[in-house]
Design a protein around this ligand. Structure first.
Ligand SMILES: [Zn+2]
Length: 111
């Protein structure tokens, strides 16, 4: 698992967020444009993500608004639990994908 995968995953989440926002606007009766483009962008990004990772993401997405969350000062910003230091420090150098032990979200480290 490399850094690019994680960045793609964060990008995918951003696009998903935009799609969701537009869907809400549409429900409110607004004229929403660009959804097709966003869907296309989503497919493109999804192609660069390994299938198991993508599956994990999709599963988490059904439970949480944010499936991929940043870690700051050793705290998972999804559930605000302090992560074990072993995860907290490993993640910075090693780019393997880590998941929060408490909430299961996929973690990434802010620089
Ligand atoms: Zn968490």
């Amino acid at each position: 698992m490399d850094d690019k995968q994680l960045r793609c995953l964060v990008a995918l989440q951003d696009v998903d967020h935009m799609i969701r926002e537009r869907a809400k606007e549409k429900e409110l009766g607004f004229d929403v444009e660009g959804v097709d483009e966003l869907q296309k962008m989503r497919e493109e990004i999804a192609k660069s993500i390994a299938t198991p990772l993508l599956r994990t993401y999709e599963r988490l997405r059904q439970r949480y608004e944010h499936a991929v969350v940043p870690v700051k000062n050793g705290i998972c910003l999804g559930c605000f639990v302090t992560l074990p230091t072993s995860i907290g420090s490993k993640g910075k150098e090693n780019i393997t994908v880590y998941r929060c032990e408490n909430c299961g979200r996929i973690l990434y480290w802010l620089d």
